[in-house]
Write a protein that binds this ligand. Structure first.
Ligand SMILES: *Cc1c(COP(=O)(O)O)cnc(C)c1O
Length: 465
């Protein structure tokens, strides 16, 4: 008989397997996708498997799965592991609440609301602010766009689109903006991509020129997305200057801080989102910079009435009561909703706001170690800028795409590549705050050793011929 206690014992054993594996082999052995079903027994069959067999197959799967928490994973805009957040998430799984009503979520409602309240304060929002935990940053951006649409064209909720609405974002912003314009009935062709400067930041006067051009054609600008931490370069759009424009033309301003909005926790780095308090909505992913398990995303709104207007089915008829503040289903996209708050709250409670600040500061510190190394070594070319935890570079004449793939196939380190304008380069993300300066320098040693031992690596000049 399988009981929870027995299975949790098995869990402990498997955790040992995983942690040992992470220490011994920080980069998992890659299984070619074509070989996957021949390499691991992933089959589902008529008959059950007995305990030992289950344990064996689960440990095979654990060992073969890419390891995102180790000191050699730099591939994504998440990485590492905050143990207290893991603890909170495991408890959330056991509790298995749904966040829609106070009746079934109880104190978890207060946990979620406390995070939202403190986050709104850090952004600089006032008493009418609130928020919710969507499924991720893409959904946070989507909810912002829908609220902006409904604010500009209130009838839209009932009769569908009646006005030619136009949305704006920078060329370097996240691809979810285009999808969201399609989902929200705006249309992908009504998304304007504003040019960025050499650092990858939106150019405000280009935004204003585009807005004027659209107005003169009879279109209605309704939504500007400013990015706090672009996906490739980690650039911050100038929110204050953009807010001057959105206020002039009465346009909703959303700050997509999925990647780096968490700088609100740092006295040293919050200047990067200066002006955020003037926005209508602000999102950030705690599963990126703050290291909670996926997913943990917040959308905050300066005035909570917009959340109710757009996401509560009967908001126009039902006046807000105290009860509504505890029945979170009134402001969420989903019906049944996972508890993404407890992991973040457990982390925040245990290390305090000052501990979260240290996480952010450490990431920039590690980026500075990498920047400094690259600037002092002439074999490297730098493509990114200060105040970013995405450090973009090329090494010697090596083709970045070939190098990233080879590093991963040979279990050296996991890192990705990106492009800006005409350049393609390695994007090294220092988001794992558990890493030390030595781990960063070790990455460069691993890379350099690999390149010198792998003469077959194609060079960039050879590729472009
Ligand atoms: C990661 C990211 C998103 C999307 O967030 P998901 O949680 O992956 O959906 C949106 N915008 C930016 C700037 C991001 O970095």
């Amino acid at each position: 008989m399988s009981t929870l206690r027995n299975d949790l014992e098995l869990f402990h054993e498997l955790v040992e397997v995983l942690i040992n594996e992470e220490e011994q082999n920080p980069v998992a052995e890659r299984i070619d996708a074509n070989q996957l079903y021949d390499t691991l027994d992933l089959s589902l069959n008529q008959n059950p498997v007995i305990d030992d067999e289950l344990k064996a197959v689960l440990s095979d799967v654990l060992i073969a799965t890419p390891k995102t928490a180790t000191r050699l994973f730099f591939n994504q805009l998440f990485g590492g592991r905050q143990p207290k957040a893991v603890l909170g998430d495991l408890l959330a799984v056991l509790l298995n609440n749904s966040m829609y009503t106070y009746k079934v979520a109880g104190p978890q409602v207060g946990i979620e609301q406390e995070i939202i309240k403190q986050s709104c304060k850090l952004v600089g929002y006032g008493e009418s602010s609130n928020g919710t935990f969507p499924t991720g940053g893409s959904m946070s951006n989507y909810m912002a766009m829908v609220m902006a649409r409904d604010a500009k064209d209130p009838n839209c909720r009932f009769d569908g689109m009646s006005k030619p609405l136009i949305a704006y974002t920078s060329k370097e912003s996240h691809y979810s903006n285009a999808k969201n314009a399609s989902f929200a009935g705006i249309g992908r062709n009504n998304m304007r991509y504003i040019e960025t400067d050499a650092d990858g930041k939106m150019i405000p006067h280009k935004l204003e020129a585009q807005i004027k051009a659209d107005i003169s054609k009879g279109c209605i600008p309704f939504f500007v997305n400013a990015t706090a931490g672009t996906t490739v370069l980690g650039a911050f759009d100038p929110i204050d200057e953009i807010a001057d424009i959105t206020e002039t033309y009465d346009i909703w301003l959303h700050v997509d801080g999925a990647y780096c909005g968490s700088v609100i926790f740092s006295d040293t780095y919050k200047h990067l989102v200066k002006g955020a308090e003037r926005s209508d909505s602000f999102s950030y992913n705690a599963h990126k910079m703050l290291g909670t398990p996926l997913t943990c995303s917040l959308i905050l709104v300066n005035d909570k009435k917009h959340l109710h207007n757009s996401f509560s089915n009967d908001a126009s008829y039902l006046y807000q009561t105290d009860g509504d503040d505890f029945n979170l289903g009134k402001t969420s996209f989903q019906c049944g909703r996972r508890n993404d708050a407890l992991k973040f709250w457990t982390l925040w409670k245990s290390i305090g706001t000052s501990g979260l600040e240290k996480i952010i500061d450490q990431q920039f510190e590690l980026a500075n170690v990498a920047l400094d190394y690259i600037r002092r070594h002439p074999d490297y070319t730098l493509y990114s800028y200060d105040d970013s935890i995405s450090v973009c570079f090329n090494y010697k004449d090596t083709d970045p795409m070939a190098l990233c793939t080879a590093l991963y196939e040979h279990q050296q380190t996991v890192v990705g590549f990106g492009s800006f304008n005409d350049d393609t380069f390695i994007r090294f993300v220092t988001i794992n705050a558990n890493n030390s300066k030595e781990d960063i320098l070790n990455f460069f040693k691993v890379l350099e050793g690999f390149v010198s031992n792998t003469p077959s690596l194609k060079t960039r000049s050879a590729i472009s011929v």
